[in-house]
Design a protein around this ligand. Sequence first.
Ligand SMILES: Cc1cc2nc3c(=O)[nH]c(=O)nc-3n(C[C@H](O)[C@H](O)[C@H](O)COP(=O)(O)O)c2cc1C
Length: 197
Amino acid sequence: MSLDHAAARLPDHPVDPQFPARWSPRSFSEATLTEGQVLTVLEAARWAPSASNNQPARFVWGLRGDAGFAAILGALVPSNRDWAQRAAALIAVASRDVTVAADGTVKPNRWAGFDSGAAWMSLALQAQAMGLVAHAMGGFDGPALSAAVALPADHSLHAVVAIGQQGPVENLPEALRAREAPNQRNPLTASAFRGRF
Ligand SMILES: Cc1cc2nc3c(=O)[nH]c(=O)nc-3n(C[C@H](O)[C@H](O)[C@H](O)COP(=O)(O)O)c2cc1C
């Protein structure tokens, strides 16, 4: 991210610069990632908090050029596929939505989605700390992605995350170039309330 882009994202309150500095570019360079780099990103997700430490987040990933990447890519909506095909890695984020007690009782885990969201954020910030960018996508065909990753029963899919080194805006299809900049946020007063809504 260029400094002028970073400066354009002004927090309402003092905050560690990593938060406004993180954004979701669509342009990727040709650079590849190693398996070790992907595992480091996923390791950060592993340490995310979760209800009762159930750790429901699940990840299925592939590196550009391998069959897993192609399968996940093929399940994206075309408007995401257009740019995500250049990512170095694609990670499908899922959750296991039940817990199984020692006596075999199966119960729904109503925090599975919340916890998987926390894990995705850890992953994104780890990528940023490594000089990479991460871009989440909800635009995928559910049945196609389920088939692509062989989603087990009692699991749900939440997003696909594209990871890699940011590339020049010229690497994007023409239609996406004007949008390749960090966006803004509603004021904190729109989302945080002292005492009650
Ligand atoms: C769950 C989720 C789904 C998203 N789906 C898409 C998507 O399908 N395509 C896309 O280009 N961006 C997608 N985004 C990226 C958001 O548009 C982006 O995070 C948001 O505009 C905030 O911008 P920033 O991440 O650059 O700060 C998604 C992000 C999240 C967290």
